[in-house]
Design a protein around this ligand. Structure first.
Ligand code: BGP
Length: 472
């Protein structure tokens, strides 16, 4: 047996990823309306503070001011040789309440400029249409995605994007981490589940279904307006990457049940139908769902072109552990074979190879890793530099795992590191949880002059990209 690794494909997409609400700031600039991230003082793990109170620090309001600094920031990304950059469009910049009949021109102009800059720097935009930033009005008035009223509103928004930006954007993603609806329903689905377990889970699956319908209808629309575009779905795979804690058959089956909570989303959106195991979930939890035959037909007719996902960590399961929680992050046990990050996330490069292989086998569609990264409380050293060795190891180890997966036969389109420049943490609202190759001078309370500074990892990622991965 030879152990020769295949090279990364010639046109592999190398880059980074951010979200509007975690980077842009300018929360009211250019006519932007408030969105669900703008009422989170401590990130999505702590839920919304329904009113925006004076004096409270809301990290999304200024973030890292990408809104005003994007030209210089994109040049820093170009300095690493990025040929791709993933970002989201803030829905409430385009439709401030989500319900206007005409889009907000200032918001459109902002992204127009951004895409032109990216194109002139040789970067392929990868655009998330909705990344945890639904207009706040749609959450408070309709209960977010639990209501079907959001489907036509989302479609109106997506139509404007395709018509205006179709000339620049080839890769689209409908929703960030759609399966996050289970763990972080406010962020992923713009609602807070309430009532009995059966009612809460019915809301979660109804919201998921409504987003499936919106995704299928968006794909249909894209085929008409921008026929060359690729429309993908985006899921978090930190949930699917689950290991049984022991070879005990009950632990193994329970782990499969847990994984299916994630697979369901890919199964519906890539295979085009609800899998059989979903019937049992409906019965066991006495779910009441409004799913019509016409919607199921639409889902069957318009499946996604590719599967994008985030991957940070894995988890470990034993029989009897809670599976269908509706808040509170990732459930599961600590894996004794893995190190953990300062935020308790288990670092597992081989898990990425495992996930890529599972997804390749299951769906036979192109895959894209659109989030992977390590949050560290980096500090500027006495020499004025940031020696982020831990991040450098994480990067290299995960990219080696990607290369193994490519050699295994997985069709991987690209890799965009999460937060190539420090941004606000989605989970906790902190600045201290830094992912960047570029440091931003700002602390948890919002102090700092926002000055950008390259960390040691900057040159490493640049060299890896330059060699198209051969350096690994
Ligand atoms: C993903 C989200 C991102 C993001 C990342 C890291 O789930 O799509 O928006 O921020 O996780 O999480 P955190 O910022 O909480 O460290």
């Amino acid at each position: 047996m030879t152990d020769k690794l295949q090279p990364f494909p010639k046109n592999f997409l190398w880059g980074g990823a951010i979200a509007a609400n975690q980077a842009e700031g300018g929360w009211q600039a250019g006519g932007k309306g408030p969105d669900i991230a703008d009422v989170l003082p401590h990130g999505i793990m702590h839920g919304p503070d329904a009113q925006v109170e004076p004096g409270v620090h809301y990290p999304s309001h200024e973030a890292i001011d990408f809104y005003h600094r994007h030209t210089a920031d994109l040049q820093l990304m170009a300095g690493m040789g990025f040929n791709a950059f993933r970002l989201s469009i803030a829905w409430s910049r385009i439709f401030p309440t989500g319900e206007e009949t005409e889009p907000n021109e200032a918001g459109l102009k902002f992204y127009d400029d951004l895409f032109q800059e990216m194109r002139s720097l040789g970067m392929e935009p990868i655009v998330t249409i909705s990344h945890y930033e639904t207009p706040l009005n749609l959450a408070t008035k309709y209960g977010g995605w639990t209501s079907k009223k959001l489907i036509p509103l989302y479609l109106r928004y997506a139509k404007v994007l395709f018509e205006r930006f179709g000339q620049y954007v080839h890769y689209w993603l409908t929703f960030n981490e759609l399966n996050g609806v289970h763990l972080i329903p406010w962020a992923a689905g713009a609602f807070l589940p309430h009532g009995t377990e059966s009612e809460r889970l019915s809301q979660i699956y109804q919201a998921s279904h409504n987003m499936f319908v919106a995704t299928a209808a968006t794909i249909k629309m894209a085929r008409e307006i921008v026929p060359d575009a690729q429309v993908g779905i985006m899921l978090t795979m930190s949930n699917a990457a689950a290991y049984p804690a022991t070879p005990k058959p009950a632990d193994v089956f329970h782990t499969l049940t847990y994984q299916r909570r994630t697979f369901l989303y890919g199964d519906v959106e890539l295979r085009g139908h609800y899998p059989k195991y979903f019937d049992r979930i409906v019965r066991d939890y006495d779910l009441h769902l409004d799913i019509t035959p016409a919607e199921l037909q639409l889902i069957a007719d318009y499946t996604a072109d590719y599967l994008a996902f985030s991957y940070y960590r894995t988890t470990t399961f034993t029989a009897g552990m809670k599976i269908l929680g509706d808040t509170g992050g990732l459930t599961g046990k600590k894996n004794p074979y893995l190190p953990t990050s300062a935020w308790g996330w288990q670092i597992d490069p081989e898990g990425l190879r495992y996930v890529l292989n599972i997804l390749a086998d299951r769906y036979e569609k192109p895959l894209m890793i659109v989030e992977n990264g390590l949050g560290v409380a980096d500090e500027v050293g006495p020499d004025g530099r940031i020696h982020d060795t831990e991040r450098m190891c994480y990067l290299v180890d995960h990219l080696k795992a990607v290369q193994e997966a490519i050699t295994d036969g997985c069709d991987v389109l690209g890799y965009t590191w999460w937060g190539p420049i420090d941004i606000v943490s989605a989970g906790t609202g902190e600045m201290k949880k830094r992912y960047g190759f570029i440091y931003v001078d700002k602390d948890n309370e919002g102090r700092g002059d926002l000055h950008r500074r390259k960390k040691d990892s900057y040159a490493l990622y640049r060299d890896i990209i330059q060699s198209n991965g051969a350096l690994l």
